[in-house]
Design a protein. Sequence first.
Length: 83
Amino acid sequence: WYRDLQHALGIGGPSAFLDKTCIHQVNMDKQRAGIKKLGAYLNSSDEMVILYTDLYLQKVWTAYELATSIVLKETDKLHVIPI
């Protein structure tokens, strides 16, 4: 609703979700809670940009994030940038 309010008021800009900073990297309970919310965030996202390294698919949530994005969005809305 916050995004809709910003749009209606003509304020704000694009938002971004950085899983490296938004998904807790150490505390497993916090990590699990963040992962559970990924589907909802991806569903409300317009596009997905992946900064790809060899480590990207080694974490379960990044594989889930990619698979969910492919199911929910058109593949032209998925951008993979090797780094």
